[in-house]
Ligand binder design. Structure first.
Ligand code: SAM
Length: 387
């Protein structure tokens, strides 16, 4: 590997290592590579077997991702990587810095000094940074048996390259559950995953309640796909997840046997998300967490003159309809007695289907308020549909 460095690359390297040692480094995104077969690399701090490492994920043009962990000799290893890219963005908890190398070889580094000053100041505390960064310490590590069985990680517990995004997704989803766990019972829980597909998330959520929180859990997962349901059902009994039931069928026809405490759904297609939300609300779920998938319905039925200036551009129309659909969903849930929010599931670089709809049942709900909210919801629908 080429290791001859310029002064600014050296400065950049020491900035990254300073942020890493102070627990402030979030990620380094390296683009405009010298190598023609690569697209970009992302360096992030990871904790692997109680060691702090820098993980380099390199994305190549043949749609593969490769991982290398820097465990020692940080400076040389890092410099070797930095020298291969013309644009490098450093993201830390106290600010961002950017390195650029032009075609003529002229280099600039912006924002580095500010970060160094902040990290070296007396006010900066590694403990706070660690607390702010705690979300990076995922609840799942990759070493869990079910993740190996599902093919998410290999026999050594290393998350497979092609499963990295799914792994981050399910970890983040669990973080969202962890954040609202005080809204759920603390001893026994009924969970439903509607449109579970291959059930990576369902297994992870079961594991979280059963093995991390040590709770009694009953979980039902429903999907249309017979082969997938058969596979998941067999896997659940093989790994001893014996209170997991898999049901093959259309969620619209599915009757929940027990009152749901938590209803989850990840990327249920189009109106299937609406069916999930209706079913969860009708059955009085304490908490609903749903990340919708593609939306088509409103795009086809929108008939609103006031929004025509946006709707006439097809790309913008789709984005607007996505947002309007999710906002309508939340309005409806709010009128049914839920506190609602739209959150980001995961780093937007990972997936465009990234909105998490969260609904938490209010302990009391005034009927006159419910009527008012229902009216507002109907009025908004009429406004959008022109009827
Ligand atoms: C994009 S996949 C997501 C699967 C899984 N939740 C995940 O994130 O990996 C959507 C799933 O919804 C299921 N699905 C769509 N409509 C359904 C319905 N009406 N009833 C049951 N399952 C449905 C499909 O069979 C498919 O497995």
């Amino acid at each position: 590997m080429k290791t001859v460095k310029s002064e600014l690359q050296g400065e950049l390297c020491s900035l990254i290592l300073l942020a890493f040692s102070k627990k402030s480094l979030k990620k380094v995104v390296l683009s405009k590579p010298d190598a023609t077969d690569e697209i970009k690399s992302v360096i992030s701090p990871k904790e692997i077997s109680a060691n702090n490492v820098l993980q380099i994920e390199t994305f190549s043009k043949d749609n593969k991702a490769y991982h290398v962990n820097i465990r020692d000799n940080f400076e040389n290893e890092l410099l070797a990587v930095l020298s291969k890219y013309a644009q490098i963005n450093v993201v830390t908890t106290v600010g961002d810095a950017q390195f650029m190398r032009s075609r003529s070889g002229k280099e600039t580094l912006l924002g580095a000094q500010k970060i160094k000053n902040k990290l070296n100041s007396n006010e900066y505390s590694t403990t706070n940074a660690q607390a702010n960064n705690s979300k990076k310490n995922y609840i799942l590590t990759g070493e869990e048996d079910f993740l190996k069985k599902l093919g998410v990680s290999d026999a050594n517990g290393r998350v497979r390259d092609k499963m990295q995004s799914k792994f981050r997704q399910i970890n983040k989803f669990i973080e969202h559950i962890d954040a609202i766990k005080d809204k759920l019972p603390s001893d026994k829980i009924n969970v439903y995953d509607l449109c579970c597909g291959k059930s990576y998330l369902s297994f992870a959520v079961y594991h979280y309640f059963k093995n991390v929180l040590k709770m009694e859990i009953k979980m039902v997962c429903v999907d249309l796909k017979e082969d997938v349901i058969e596979y998941c059902s067999e896997l659940a009994s093989r790994i001893g997840f014996d209170k997991m039931e898999f049901v093959c069928g259309d969620i619209i026809k599915y009757d929940m046997k027990d009152k749901p405490n938590l209803v989850i759904s990840l990327h249920a297609c189009d109106v299937a998300t609406d069916i999930v939300l209706n079913k969860a609300s009708e059955n009085g779920a304490d908490v609903i967490l749903s990340t919708p998938c593609c939306h088509h319905e409103l795009n086809h039925t929108l008939n609103c003159e006031a929004l025509e200036f946006v709707a006439k551009h097809s790309m913008l129309r789709q984005k607007m309809c996505d947002a309007l659909t999710d906002a309508l969903r939340l309005m409806k849930l709010e009128s049914e007695g839920y506190s609602v929010s739209a959150l980001e599931l995961i780093d937007p670089e990972d997936t465009p289907k990234n909105i998490m709809l969260r609904a938490i049942k209010k302990s009391s709900f005034d009927q006159s308020k419910a009527q008012k909210l229902k009216l507002e919801y109907e009025k908004t629908k009429s406004f959008l549909l022109g009827k």
